[in-house]
Every structure is written in C-alpha cells, then in structure tokens.
Design a protein around this ligand. Structure first.
Ligand SMILES: [Zn+2]
Length: 389
C-alpha cells in the first residue's frame, strides 16, 4: 500500500490484483451531471434504437433486483436514455428500464462486440451487434449497481427529490436550497436538494458565484441567491460543452473529477486563476472541498476548530454516508407501502446511527481499512443488501 499525496486529489490508493500483478487505482470521484450527460449522448448515438442482444454479468452482486429478470432485457430494442440524478437509465421496449449507478469508480466503456470482461474490475457487458458496452469498477469494494424495473412507476424510488439545476426556475432552486439551513457545500451536493451535482462541480460553482462553501443557505442575500442560480447553470453548461467537445464522436474514456482547466477543484495550493491566492482545501473523512480564500471567503481561512465542528454536524462523514444519500430503496425489494411516517423516520434514524458507527470504524488508519478490503475483496452479501433495502 502506498500513500501518494498530490495537490490533485485524495491520498487513498486502492489495491487490486490483476494477473498476479499489483495495480494501484487512482481514486476518482463520482461522475456528475456533465459526465452523465455526455455518456448518455454518446450512448444514444451508438446504441439508440438498437437491439440489446445479450447481457453478461461477471459479478452477481452488481444486479440489485431479481424481478423482472435481467434476461427479459435481452433482444429488446433501446428506445431511449435518461439521467436520474447521477444515474443512467436505459429505456427498453415493453417499458423495461435498466438503471445504472456508477457510484464513485464505476465507468462505462465501448469495446468490440463480445469483448472479454476483465477479471476484478469488470462488472457486466451489454452486447449489441455494433459493439459491447462494458461496465467496470476499479475498486476493491464494489458499489456500482444495476436495477431492472418495469413500468414508469417503478422508476419513482430512484427519484431523490432534488431539483434539476438546468431545468428549474430560480424560485424552485431557491426553495429547494433553503428548505433546510445547510452549509452551501452540503446543500449543493445533496441529491435530495439538487440533482446531479457532486463534490467537483459544487466546488466550481461556488467559486464561480464567489460564495463561501460554509455559508448557510438561509443566510444568503437575494443577490447571492441570484448569483448562485446563474453560476450553477453556467458552470454545468460550460463543462458539459467542454466534455462533449473532448469526446467528439468517440466514447468517454477518461471520466474523472479532476481537470486541469478547473478553477478550484483539485487545485490545492495552486494560484487562484482570478487573484493568484493559493487555493485552500478542507478535508473531512472522504470528502474534500477547495476554495479561494480571497474570492470566496473574504480572506478567511476555513480551518479553525469551530469550523470543523460546524462542518462535522452538516457533512457526510464517510463514503458510506454519501452512499446512503445516493442509494435507492427500490419498491420491488422493499414494500414500504402502508408504512407509517413514524416507522419510516425510525428506520431512517437507525440507518443514520448505523452509518455513524461505520464512520467511526472508518476513522481507523486508512492502512488497516485497506488491508481489510484487500483481505476481503468481495463484501458479504448482507452488507450489499443493506444498500438496496
Ligand atoms: Zn481568488
């Protein structure tokens, strides 16, 4: 296990085995709206209207539903695609939907038809007559998922409730943001508030809007809210255009949250592009955010103890907690109908406690956590189930 420190990103390096050789995966971040949009555009171009011939699963765990069986998707024509938050939805004939969540390390690759699924990182392959779409995940702990559901209504559980940043009005945007009094960074990355935005683009948006990541949403003045609304659209549109141009008529191969052209994200200690002040970074467990202390926080460095406390009360403490936010409890597996609000709240509370406990466990050294992962490359079925129920 090596520990690499770089200005570009987190230190954690996951270890895996391939052909007897140890390989190190550079940690990456969850693909966000611009990445997902470009994936979908290229999928439309490559397999839109085409027949899905075969689905090959290399990991049984990646499939989180059993009814309808995934075999039902075979021989169906792809009628379209849609994005739901950070998920990609394949729309097939007979109102069948394949819902794919890449989570942090999941990626799609376009390869020659029938390509062998790589051991360790390969999850599944979708074969079309023109080629195969490979679903990979370069991480020891597999979090990416495929759900198969039938009928529009069955898609409802995948809706996290956040407003669409490019489709909402300023009023809808403001209402969503101020429903709770969160720190801006937290609000911008919460899928229940805003759809499709994560760690990387929230950094970029807050820099563009010249707002502090720890300002509370209900403390924003009207002009600040206006700026944030505009910056959200501008940054997401500009980055989607940029990625679209990079990919051209190919397929996205280097989906990462770190781009040299970014203003603050992954630019710790580098000079701000506007004022030349060194970009600062705050790290909390697996999260980090980057900001310019002159452009965004009036010269204040956000590093004191009270800030830590403030953030700790408002911020996911671990990948697991982030995962909880992203995870879906599909109606097919969990009959939630008829369950009272109280029961639902209770179960949420239990879940939070559980997550907290896990977060505490996680605060041990990264080394020991990594060792555990290396020793147990496939997590027990029970813990996998938890994400889906
Ligand atoms: Zn600056």
């Amino acid at each position: 296990m090596t520990k690499k420190s770089s200005a570009r990103g987190p230190d954690l390096v996951l270890q895996d085995e391939r052909g007897g050789k140890t390989v190190y995966f550079r940690p990456c971040r969850m693909p966000e709206l611009p990445d997902i949009t470009v994936y979908i555009e290229r999928l439309e171009a490559l397999v839109g209207g085409k027949r899905l011939e075969k689905v090959r699963l290399s990991s049984p765990f990646v499939l989180r539903t059993f009814d309808p069986p995934i075999r039902e998707a075979e021989t169906k024509r792809v009628t379209g695609f849609r994005r739901m938050g950070k998920r990609i939805v394949f729309e097939l004939e007979a109102e069948l939907f394949l819902v794919i969540h890449l989570m942090i390390s999941g990626r799609l690759r376009w390869r020659e038809r029938g390509v062998v699924i790589q051991r360790k990182i390969g999850l599944a392959a979708f074969d079309f007559s023109e080629g195969s779409l490979l679903f990979t995940e370069a991480a020891s702990k597999k979090r990416a998922s495929i759900f198969v559901v039938k009928g529009e209504k069955a898609l409802a559980p995948f809706e996290r409730g956040g407003v669409e940043p490019l489709e909402s009005t300023r009023t809808q945007f403001t209402e969503a943001l101020q429903r709770e009094n969160r720190t801006l960074k937290r609000a911008m990355t919460d899928p229940r508030i805003l759809s499709g935005v994560g760690n990387a683009y929230s950094d970029e948006i807050l820099f563009h809007a010249q707002l502090s990541p720890v300002k509370r949403t209900r403390q924003l003045r009207d002009d600040e809210l206006g700026r944030l609304f505009e910056s959200t659209r501008t940054v997401l549109e500009q980055w989607t255009d940029r990625l679209r141009n990079e990919v051209g008529d190919g397929f996205p191969e280097k989906v990462t949250a770190f781009h040299d052209e970014m203003a603050v994200h992954g630019r710790y200690k580098k000079p701000c592009r506007v004022c030349r002040t060194a970009i600062q970074r705050i790290r909390l467990a697996s999260n980090e955010f980057n900001y310019c202390p002159r452009c965004q926080t009036g010269g204040k460095l956000l590093a004191d103890r009270s800030l830590s406390r403030l953030l700790k009360s408002d911020w996911p403490k671990s990948i697991e907690e982030l995962e909880e936010l992203e995870a879906t409890r599909p109606a097919v597996a969990a009959p939630t109908k008829g369950r009272g609000k109280q029961a639902a709240a209770k179960s949420r509370a239990t879940k939070e406690t559980r997550t907290k406990n896990r977060a505490v466990e996680q605060t041990g050294t990264k080394k020991s956590a990594a060792k555990k992962r290396a020793a147990k490359p496939s997590a027990p079925r029970a813990s996998r189930k938890r994400a889906t129920t």
